[in-house]
Ligand binder design. Structure first.
Ligand SMILES: NC(=O)c1ccc[n+]([C@@H]2O[C@H](COP(=O)([O-])OP(=O)(O)OC[C@H]3O[C@@H](n4cnc5c(N)ncnc54)[C@H](OP(=O)(O)O)[C@@H]3O)[C@@H](O)[C@H]2O)c1
Length: 435
């Protein structure tokens, strides 16, 4: 396109993120964003007023945005799998670049969307889909491109981090902390996507694709949310020198890439333990660089629009022939032929096991015997609260590194044991001695 021509933008969605993106473009009087023109905005409800977004730009007809020849670039900030995926595909087929914040569509349809970008010679950028305002994808793709990424460890869901932080600080229950997060607007009325870790799983899928070239589809990622974490777990973990965080971890090993999202005990003296509230943090390990730490606001209108607009301006810059832009966040072009994503069975970590056990002589020996038969070595056993009325005591057993498959088998046997009233929780301990 001629250098004096403006870059036309069509926006799909004008909610929290979309309205902010629209305002940034419309309000720009100088600087790079002033070379953008917003031509149309797709919404569901045309009658809802959106501060700073003129109603004349709104439409409920996707074709008015997708087929508008003035649009060089489509920004998708509707969310959800469909129709977002179809709209992005249609935009790229008609030669338009796409910027999106949509983790779900990318995690589930990354191969297809990346393929469409390559086939049609357009750019697909999605920095805002992971870590909100933290520029983690650009760092992986550009700054660390000479490195082989060995591991990623991250707190990439602000809602669950807020809930766990407030449970830790106030000693509150999961239910109370969730209610507080909802009242403050940090959790949705339906918190499933966050607390059951679907959101973190989608983001880890995107990170693993980009960092390892692995086709880490959501169903290959081990996922556990935080509903089962109790105030007692945080209290007992604290007494042992740990806190509990929902971690998203992808690690390269000799057998492939293992991706997992689950609550983990994190030693209190490492930086990850101090990432509190709605903050996000990502720790990357490159073979040349070693560890790199990124921390920032992982959600919200401002941080997310910051990432979206970074992508938009990079593409616009590249279209004007200034170089440096226009490169797709494609990951390995052959992610489907990348390293395999391996399951959990051969993972080796330490475990925290909380049991409600009968409070009498000989019980420990029976429990220790089950661990021994499962080839799991016990590092320590601590007795915490006792329930005198029911004759039960809370036992916390910390193990040495053990194979996941052995631990799960042992957990099943413990649940059957006559001296164990219930296995209350089984939480992996994240190892910070080796990176
Ligand atoms: N919010 C954040 O902090 C954040 C952070 C990182 C990434 N993201 C991602 O950014 C995207 C947008 O999030 P958001 O919080 O801005 O969502 P939102 O507030 O719910 O806004 C969604 C927008 O899309 C429109 N929309 C949804 N489905 C549509 C359909 N079928 N046809 C036409 N319009 C439709 C809605 O129209 P109406 O307004 O008429 O309902 C609304 O304007 C999501 O992919 C999300 O995961 C958000």
């Amino acid at each position: 396109m001629p250098v004096d021509q403006k870059t036309g933008v069509g926006l799909l969605g004008a909610g929290v993120v979309g309205s902010q993106v629209a305002r940034v473009i419309l309000d720009a009087t100088d600087g790079a964003a002033s070379n953008l023109t917003l031509n149309g905005v797709l919404v569901r409800d045309i009658n809802r007023s959106r501060e700073g977004v003129p109603s004349g730009l709104l439409t409920t007809d996707p074709e008015q945005v997708l087929s508008d020849d003035r649009n060089d670039l489509i920004v998708e900030v509707m969310g959800g799998e469909e129709p977002a995926r179809s709209y992005m595909a249609a935009a790229m087929r008609s030669g338009k670049h796409v910027v999106t914040a949509n983790k779900e569509a990318l995690a589930k349809h990354g191969d297809e969307l990346v393929g469409l970008a390559a086939d049609n010679g357009v750019t697909l950028s999605y920095e805002a889909s992971v870590g909100g305002g933290i520029p983690v994808l650009a760092v992986i793709q550009d700054s660390l491109s000479a490195n082989r990424i060995e591991s990623i460890r991250a707190i990439i869901n602000g809602t669950t981090n807020y809930i766990l932080s407030s449970m830790d600080e106030a000693g509150s229950s999961f239910e109370d902390a969730l209610e507080e997060a909802q009242e403050l607007g940090f959790a949705e009325a339906d918190p499933t996507a966050d607390v059951d870790a679907h959101d973190a799983m989608y983001k880890l899928s995107i990170l693993a694709r980009l960092a390892f070239g692995a086709s880490a589809l959501p169903d290959t990622i081990h996922r556990e949310g935080i509903r089962n974490i109790g105030a007692k777990d945080l209290r007992y973990a604290g007494a042992l020198g740990y806190t509990i965080k929902l971690l998203a971890i992808a690690r390269s090993g000799s057998d492939g890439i293992r991706c997992r999202v689950h609550p983990a005990l994190v030693p209190n003296d490492v930086p990850m333990a101090k990432v509190n509230g709605v903050l996000n943090a990502v720790e990357l390990n490159g073979d040349l660089l070693g560890p790199l730490w990124l921390q920032g606001r992982g959600a919200g209108a401002g941080p997310t629009a910051s990432a979206v607009m970074g992508d938009v301006l990079r593409i616009a810059h590249g279209m004007l022939g200034n170089g440096g832009g226009g490169k797709s966040q494609t990951g390995s072009p052959s992610a489907t032929n990348g390293p395999p994503v391996v399951g959990m069975d051969d993972l080796e970590v330490c475990y925290y096991v909380r049991l409600a056990a009968i409070d009498r002589f000989g019980v420990l020996a029976k429990i220790a015997n089950v661990f021994g038969e499962g080839h799991i070595s016990i590092a320590s056993v601590l007795q915490f609260d006792a329930d005198d009325e029911r004759g039960l005591a809370d036992l916390v057993i910390m193990t040495h590194p053990a194979r996941e498959a052995n631990m799960q088998e042992t957990a099943a046997r413990l649940r059957q044991l006559d001296v164990v009233a219930s296995l209350e929780n089984l939480i992996r301990v994240e190892d910070y001695d080796t990176v």
